[in-house]
Each structure stands twice: as C-alpha cells, then as structure tokens.
Design a binder for this molecule. Structure first.
Ligand SMILES: C[S@@+](CC[C@H](N)C(=O)[O-])C[C@H]1O[C@@H](n2cnc3c(N)ncnc32)[C@H](O)[C@@H]1O
Length: 190
C-alpha cells in the first residue's frame, strides 16, 4: 500500500489513521477554509459535507460561533467526530449521510473540504448540496488539486466545470490555492 492510499480509507482502522494524521496537519490543511469562511461573515446555520473526523466542524462551531450540522458516509468517521465534540465541549450535530442523496434542510453556508474528489458522482453531490443552500447563502468547497502528473484530486479545469451546472448562482468564483489546492465559492441568488 502506498503512503497516500493509507489515508484514503475511511472505515475502521482507516478512519483512526486518518484522524491521527490530519490532527497533526490540521492547521495547514484548514488554513484557507477557516479564513474564507470567516471572511463570508455569515452567522447562522452551517452544513459540512464529508466531515471525516470532525476536526474542521468543531473549529467552525467554536471559532465562528456557528450552529453546525456535519455528515459523512463513514459511520466510523462520524463516531470519531462525535467523541471529539464531546471531548472538546463543543456542540455539533454529526450524522451519517451521503452527499449525493441525503437532505438535511436549508443552511446559510454549506461547505466541504478534501472530500469532493472521493464522491462517485461529484456533479450529483454538488447539485444535492446546492439545494440545501438558502437563497442568498453560500456554497464553499476546498479540495486537493492535481497539476499535470503531480498531486491528488481533480485538475483545475475539471473541478471548475462542475460548477457551471448550479442553477440560479449569482456569483461563482473558482481559485487555485497554495499549495496544490482549489476552492469554489458560489452565492445563491435571492
Ligand atoms: C479525505 S476525507 C476528508 C475529511 C474532512 N473533510 C477533512 O477535510 O479532513 C474524505 C471524506 O469524505 C467522505 N465521503 C466520501 N464520499 C462521501 C459521500 N458520498 N457522502 C459523504 N461523505 C463522503 C469519506 O468518508 C471521508 O471521510
């Protein structure tokens, strides 16, 4: 098994391994996300898709004083996330769910980090997340970016093309982010 594949397993021991590795790198991995989400300046209800072990969801709830619901396909990840929230004394509503099919209600901000390139149908997943964004709300995605033969995740143009299907988007901004990341911000028209 290659070094990357070891962190591409999200059940059982894979979930525990991911939690440990990401716990150590979290300030680097979530630097853009925390900064971008803070800049939106939205108070209210947040939904995180593919939350993994819940490190970012707990930070968003605490640092942005947001009401956060977060879900993941892996029940093992959700268990780790729930334990983290209890340990850190932060309230987050963690659920098991599939980004492509499940509906959790309407939110002011819907966001996801490093998960999209794992979805079997990213276009369907984004469409599903988009219907959970309130009018005037924001969809924010941060993911790994592949450059030529280097890196992990989707290529920039591939990632960008997924966002042309969002109906009634008032503004869509796709940016390359350092290092080897890509972000999307889509604002829903009112
Ligand atoms: C690389 S991890 C990212 C976890 C976390 N967002 C982070 O930034 O560390 C990818 C996560 O996406 C989840 N995932 C994959 N497909 C999914 C789907 N269809 N619905 C919800 N979560 C999914 C996996 O279970 C895994 O926890």
């Amino acid at each position: 098994m290659g070094i990357l594949e070891k962190f591409e397993e999200f059940e059982g021991e894979g979930a525990k391994r991911y939690d440990k590795a990401v716990g150590r790198l979290s300030s680097l991995l979530y630097w853009h996300a925390i900064r971008d989400l803070r800049r939106f300046g939205v108070r209210g209800k947040y939904l995180e898709a593919g939350c993994g072990p819940g490190i970012l969801a707990v930070r968003v709830a605490r640092e942005l004083d947001a009401e956060v619901t977060a879900f993941d396909l892996s029940a093992d990840m959700v268990e780790i996330a729930k334990e983290r929230a209890i340990r850190e004394g932060v309230s987050v509503d963690f659920r098991v769910g599939d980004v492509e099919n499940d509906y959790f209600g309407e939110f002011d901000v819907v966001y996801s980090t490093f998960s999209l390139h794992h979805w079997s149908n990213p276009e369907k997943g984004l469409k599903n997340l988009w219907r959970m964004v309130k009018p005037g709300g924001v969809l924010y995605i941060l993911d790994a970016r592949k450059e030529e033969f280097v890196g992990h995740g989707l290529r920039f143009e591939e990632f960008k093309s997924l966002f042309i299907h969002l109906e009634s988007a008032e503004r869509v901004e796709i940016r390359k982010r350092f290092p080897m990341m890509v972000s999307a911000v889509a604002v829903k028209g009112v």
